[in-house]
Structures are given as C-alpha cells and as structure tokens.
Write a protein that binds this ligand. Structure first.
Ligand code: ATP
Ligand code: MG
Ligand code: MG
Ligand code: MG
Length: 439
C-alpha cells in the first residue's frame, strides 16, 4: 500500500479525552474514531489489526473442531423471555421496538439464539459433540464506557457454544476451548493466565477468565508467578484425545490463579512471598460451563443411546477481539508509539523513501516494494513528500515490525538501512541482505 493513496489520519496532538496509553495511541494513529459514547468506527489501520486478530482466533477455533456460523445482531425479545433473561438482564441490554411494536434487542450475547438453533436441528446423541461459534458485534449499554475499545458499548466478540450429551463430554468440550485459548493468546504475543472465575448459581470448577496482567486493568487478580513462564500447548495437540486435553488443563490449573470474586487469601498465602503476584488484569476471554441452564427451559433435547430424551449440556466461550487490540497495545508500546507483534501487525514492513521525487531513490523504492509485495509481504510504502524526521516519527508511532529506510546517500554506497521497531536496532546493509532478513 502506498501511503499517498492510503487513509491514515495521524493526529499530532494527544487527544485529551483518552486516559490510557492504548486509547491515546489508537486515536493518534488513526485506527479508530469515536462516533458516539462507546461506539467506534474502525479506520483502515485499525481494521487490518482487528481482522488479523480475528483470523488467528478463527484458525484456533477451527483447529479445536469448532464450526463457524454467523448469527444476527438483532434478536427477538421472545427468545429471551423463554430463558427468563429478558427481565433479568437489566439496563445493559439495548431494547428496540420494530414498526409493528414487536420487542427486539441488540444482542449482548447469543446463548438463547444458539439454543434455539440447536433445538431446531439437533435431535440425537449421534449429532454430538458440536461446537458452533461466530464473530459478531455485540451491544451492551455499559454504565461507564471508557478506555476506547477496551470497554466500549458496541464491541466485537467471538462467542462459541458447545453442545454435549452429558457432563463428562461437556468437560472435554470445555477443555478443548481452554487449550484453544492458550494457543490463541500465545499466538497474539500475549501471556494470558486462566483464572478461576465465578460460576454463579451453577457452581463447579468450570469457569475461567483469561487475564492479561496490566496496570490499567479493571480487575484485581491473584496468581502464582510461574504462570508467566509456562509453555503453550503445541499446534499438534490432539483435540479428540480427552486425556491429553485434561492433562494440559490440569497443568494450567495446578497453580493458584483467581479473580477477586474467587480469591482465597489463605490459599494464596501458601505461595512463597516472592512468587505471589497480586496485580491488575484485563479480561480478554471467558469460558463457562452452564449445563442445562438454557436447554432445559427452552427444550433443547436429544435422544440418548438408551432412547431417553434429555436436555443438552452446554458451555459458552467468549473472546473480545476489539478489546484485544487495545490490550495488545497496553502490553507492547514505548514512548515513541506502538510495537506490533509480527503476527498481527497491520503491515510487516514500512518502506521509507527519504527523498521522494529523486529518480534513483524512487526507482529503488519501487523495486523493493514490488519485490516484497510479490512475495506476499504487507508493505506500507511511505512515498509522500514529508520530511525524513516526520516519516521516522510516523513509522515508529504506527509500530510496524520493520522499517526499510532508503535515501540517496545510502544508495550511492549501495546500501539501505533496516530498523527493527521492537528494539530500535539499525543496520546498514546491501539491499539484498535487507530483503533476505525480512522474507
Ligand atoms: P467485563 O467483566 O469486562 O465487563 P464480561 O465478563 O461482562 O466483561 P463476557 O460476558 O465474559 O464479558 O464476554 C466475553 C468477552 O467479551 C470478555 O472476556 C471481553 O473480552 C469481551 N467484552 C465484554 N464486554 C466488553 C466491552 N464492553 N468492550 C469490549 N469487550 C468486551
Ligand atoms: Mg461486563
Ligand atoms: Mg467479567
Ligand atoms: Mg466475563
């Protein structure tokens, strides 16, 4: 992409309304624009990152055997009356009336709708296990939308729903998502810790929030420091092997980790002083087994091998891709701007032409741009006539992993400069060696 033809509305001023660094940087780099309180438009740079995050989530959901669908954003209130949640949900739900005075709502989550789909089609234990997910916009009328897309009213969620015959197979379904989440967050360059979370009236041990430690996090969390060094399950995990899944989950739940609601000071106190982490955290994912909470009142039943009908056991599994964009920036930035992890960078390379209009410099840049693009590398080519200082600042601010800096002086000596954003390391190299580093 040539910057001269792109839409990258960089703000030179730090917007006053933004309290935390990720919100400031997302506004400064023109990733998002607030349209109403807690409601954002995604501009090109932000959209690219959001899409990359969704693709990693999708790959790991598919690997774990979940199947993608797409449910609507607008739901009928009647569905929620069946589960009994229409009145309970309170003011976070945006309620709408259509022209026929029917009660509709903008979905804050999809348990009811998914249960309705299952009820319509899934009739036998032979159709199970099943896990259906979608990536769709949700609306929750948060009392205090803040921190940009970290806590917005309209936000993107990946929500998966598992459907099983009984508790035992539902636990395996839960474990599949647990392992998929560990892999997803690791691929996003994050250390997310699964923490015991509240299960409400259902009880049991099957609710975990995946938390990233960050000083700007809204929850207080407590865990063993060894979580930060634990290995992530490999891509070759067999998601059909219940024992293998259970052993990974056992390892990842063997140490203390709890959110404030489930915190047990006595159990935490047993951990040696230096290994205790009491910190602020950001909830980026949440998995939950809820049994027959919706299937029983809504009549989603299957016939078992014994010929008896019983309500299916279900769980739901959420990740917030839009919140993740902000959380990743909280975890990865410096005083000059964002530092994108390779896997989700909007472009892998920034190509900086220091003397646009100079025939030799333009020719060299055009050729680098063509070579990298042909190899499938995403390049943002700064071909504008801005001053070099401003190009350097923009490149650092938007945080692409690599910068190739091309100017007439270097070219005369047969070299370009290669800068790695993460540590600022700069090298003067022949063009061939610079390209070899990247592809
Ligand atoms: P929170 O405790 O932050 O309000 P939640 O527990 O209400 O979140 P869940 O219902 O568990 O959220 O939804 C699943 C995921 O959706 C969360 O883990 C989070 O990543 C994301 N999410 C929830 N609310 C928001 C929001 N207002 N803005 C952005 N992402 C959100
Ligand atoms: Mg909430
Ligand atoms: Mg929560
Ligand atoms: Mg939650």
């Amino acid at each position: 992409m040539r910057l001269s033809r792109y839409f990258l509305p960089i703000l030179r001023e730090v917007p006053k309304e933004a309290e935390i660094i990720s919100h400031r940087l997302m506004l400064r780099t023109g990733m998002i624009r607030q349209e109403s309180a807690g409601i954002y438009a995604w501009l090109p740079l932000g959209k690219r990152v959001l899409d990359k995050i969704c693709n990693i989530i999708r790959e790991e959901q598919n690997r774990a055997g979940a199947v993608e669908i797409l449910m609507p954003t607008i739901q009928s209130a009647d569905l929620w009356r069946e589960s009994g949640r229409y009145d309970d949900y309170g003011k976070e739900m945006l309620r709408i009336k259509d022209r026929h005075e029917r009660d509709m709502l903008f979905g804050p989550t999809n348990e009811e709708m998914l249960t309705e789909i299952v009820r319509a089609y899934v009739k036998s234990y032979k159709d199970l296990p099943l896990n259906l997910y979608h990536i769709q916009w949700k609306f929750r009328d948060e009392v205090r939308p803040r921190f940009g897309v970290m806590r917005s009213r309209e936000f993107l969620m990946k929500d998966a729903y598992s459907i099983d015959l009984d508790f035992e197979s539902a636990v395996t379904a839960y474990n599949r998502m647990f392992v998929a989440y560990l892999r997803t967050f690791a691929r996003l360059g994050l250390k997310a810790i699964p923490m015991v979370a509240d299960t409400g009236p259902i009880g049991g041990n099957h609710s975990h929030e995946f938390i990233i430690l960050a000083s700007t996090g809204e929850s207080q969390v407590f865990c063993h420091a060894d979580y930060l060094a634990m290995d992530t399950p490999a891509a070759g995990v067999n998601f059909d092997d219940a024992e293998e899944l259970q052993s990974i989950v056992n390892r990842w739940t063997s140490l203390y980790a709890a959110t404030e609601e489930k915190h047990d000071e006595a159990a935490f106190g047993v951990i040696p002083e230096g290994e205790r982490l009491s910190a602020r955290g950001i909830e980026v994912g949440h998995i939950f087994y809820f049994g027959t909470k919706y299937s029983a009142p809504m009549g989603a039943k299957v016939t078992g091998p014994d010929g008896v009908d019983s309500p299916v056991h279900m769980g739901s599994y959420g990740i917030g891709p839009s919140r993740l964009v902000a959380a990743i920036i909280e975890a990865s930035h410096d005083e000059n701007g964002i530092i994108w992890p390779e896997a989700i960078a909007p472009f892998s390379v920034g190509l900086l032409n220091l003397k646009a209009g100079d025939a030799a410099t333009d020719a060299a840049c055009d050729s680098i741009y063509a070579t990298l693009t042909a190899k499938g590398v995403d390049v943002l080519y700064d071909d504008t006539d801005e001053r070099p200082g401003s190009k350097f600042a923009t490149a650092d601010l938007i945080g692409l992993p690599w910068q190739i800096i091309v100017g007439p002086k270097g070219l005369a000596a047969g070299t370009v400069e290669l800068k790695r954003r993460a540590d600022g390391a700069r090298e003067t190299l022949s063009l061939e060696s610079a390209l070899a580093r990247i592809v």
